[in-house]
Design a binder for this molecule. Structure first.
Ligand code: FAD
Ligand code: SF4
Length: 505
């Protein structure tokens, strides 16, 4: 087997891996190799084609996973440079201060994190600068202590401005969504189009890991990126105390890449699968799995897409994704339990709507979506040992996931419907991808101080294997109810600093 050697190998180029690559390359002369199983997303007209993205699933992985009943499904995930950030809506939230503490929910306790908000705050600030986050502080009642955003908020379109006023007159506290966009309105910047969330940006004006992290990193002489290079297995020394190499499949060849330090960031499902596939005599149940928790505690948020419809109110908004409602984040109108978060969404295109109800002809959707305003209701799901990633005997990924905490989510959806009806919409339709929505996957390698109750330490270093870090969303002990991306980036910056300061390269 051909061998190569680098100081640091980073596996995966998404939110976590991309950030570590950018941050380490700026601060350390160590030689870095980034392994990415996918390729660059080409800049092409199909980037903004709803047919290509939603009907042909052009950019989604062709891989199939199994659900808890052994039924195959095609996960909503993307293997490419930048990972899922290429397709994200770029809604970049800090967790609330309370999300770091144990919180009572209807179905149980959302556990405390081993670090508090104040520990992550300076890294959130850096993450917002790195990913060009636009927002306005002081309006969201759940906002944690913070200074001003690095960039001005994106103004609401007239239709949304009117809805915001009406939301305020309902006694609610709408606030601008924090959004990562590059130079909106500038000649070479974001044009605030209607194909952002779930589409790659043809202009490279979305703040995502390819544009903000990987491209600047690979311009450094000490950084190498291998695309179409899939990490199959991590190999340890005989005692199992450190990773010696990663076996990589690239262009039909298997290579052995050795390094002093390994930073895994394949996404919460694939990182767990990589560790499980790396079982050996010293780690018979999977690498770094003395706790038995590798792959367990999978979470993904409870998410329902909703659309308010009014037959005589055409919605001319192009960029609609600017409004957040957090009034029910900590408690509902008639319950002391948290319900979750509501945000406006990008415009629904007829092809997208048809994926929910394929029996309705496409032509029937156009007048409908032209009069609709789109929202997302999102609630926290809780970590459960039985919700887990398993590698099936044939090597495929099996995702055993039964959503929990559904009561508060249904309550949030009901409340959102009530709000939309009060805004004058004649009807409200809703749709959920249910347990197969893997977009906010997290929790499978949780971090903590107790090696018996966590896989990673508070710096995301394996308790069992000294030179192994994992920086994707798998470290989350709880899922909270806002989008996960900025927290992944902030913690990846914190981990990078730790690696440099402790001279671990
Ligand atoms: C349509 C969509 C919209 C979203 N919108 C938002 C949003 O608005 N805000 C937000 O905060 N979050 C959003 N998310 C979620 C967000 O994208 C993820 O939380 C985030 O990208 C996860 O970062 P990560 O580093 O864990 O993994 P990823 O970004 O998924 O990166 C993992 C990378 O690892 C690579 N990889 C996997 N296995 C291997 C292997 N064995 N060898 C080599 N490489 C490998 C993958 O190809 C991928 O590039 C959205 C996701 C989707 C799909
Ligand atoms: S131009 Fe702006 S709104 Fe459109 S896809 Fe790019 S980043 Fe998103």
């Amino acid at each position: 087997m051909r061998k190569e050697r680098y100081d640091v190998v980073i596996i995966g180029s998404g939110a976590g891996g991309g950030t570590v690559a950018q941050s380490l390359s700026a601060r350390s002369p160590a030689s870095l190799l980034i392994l990415e199983r996918g390729d660059y997303v080409p800049r092409e007209d199909a980037n903004w084609s709803p047919e290509a993205v939603w009907k042909d699933l052009r950019y989604r992985t062709k891989e199939h996973w199994l659900d808890d009943r052994g039924k195959e499904f095609r996960p909503y995930t993307h293997y490419c440079v930048g990972g899922n950030t290429k397709f994200w809506g770029s809604v970049l939230y800090r967790l609330r201060r309370e999300d770091f503490q144990a919180t009572e929910h209807v179905d149980g306790v959302s556990p405390a994190w081993p670090i508090d908000y104040d520990t992550l705050e300076p890294f959130y600030e850096r993450a917002e600068r790195l990913f060009h986050v636009h927002g306005e502080h002081g309006l969201d009642p759940t906002e944690p202590p913070r200074g001003p955003f690095p960039y001005e908020p994106i103004p609401h379109a007239p239709v949304m401005e009117e809805l915001v006023d009406k939301l305020r007159s309902q006694g609610l506290h709408p606030s601008p969504l924090p959004l990562g966009l590059l130079s909106p309105g500038a000649p070479d910047g974001c044009i605030l189009c209607d194909t952002c969330n779930s589409f790659p940006c043809k202009l490279h004006a979305k703040s995502e890991a390819d544009v903000c992290c990987i491209r600047p990193a690979v311009r450094q002489p000490n950084v190498t990126l291998w695309t179409n290079a899939c990490a199959r297995r991590l190999v340890t020394d005989p005692a199992g105390r450190k990773v010696e190499a990663v076996e990589v499949e690239r262009d039909g060849e298997t290579l052995r890449v050795e390094a002093s330090l390994f930073v895994v960031s394949c996404g919460a499902v694939n990182s767990a699968a990589l560790l499980l596939r790396s079982a050996n005599d010293a780690h018979p149940n999977g690498l770094a799995n003395s706790s038995g928790l590798v792959g367990r505690r999978y979470m993904a948020h409870l998410a329902t897409m909703m659309q308010g419809f009014h037959p005589f109110r055409p919605n001319e908004t192009v960029f609609q994704k600017t409004v957040a409602i957090n009034d029910f984040y900590f408690r509902g109108p008639d319950t002391d339990y948290p319900l979750g978060h509501i945000q406006s969404q990008g415009r629904t295109h007829p092809v997208m709507a048809q994926t929910a109800y394929p029996f309705i002809p496409l032509w029937a959707y156009a007048p409908w979506v032209a009069r609709g305003v789109d929202w997302l209701a999102m609630s926290e799901d809780l970590p459960r040992a039985e919700n887990r990633v398993v590698v099936a005997p044939d090597g495929r990924i099996r995702l055993d996931y039964r959503p929990n905490n559904m009561g508060p989510h249904r309550r949030l959806v009901k409340e959102t419907k009530r709000i939309l009806r009060r805004l004058g919409f004649w009807s409200v339709v809703k749709h959920s991808h249910g347990s197969r929505n893997t977009t906010h996957q997290c929790g499978t390698l949780c971090f903590g101080t107790d090696p018996r109750a966590s896989v990673l330490d508070p710096f995301c270093r394996s308790h069992d294997v000294g030179n192994l870090f994992v920086v994707d969303a798998s470290f989350f002990p709880s899922s909270a109810a806002v989008n996960p991306g900025l927290t992944i980036v902030a913690q990846a910056l914190r981990v990078s600093d730790h690696i440099v300061d402790a001279d671990l390269t």
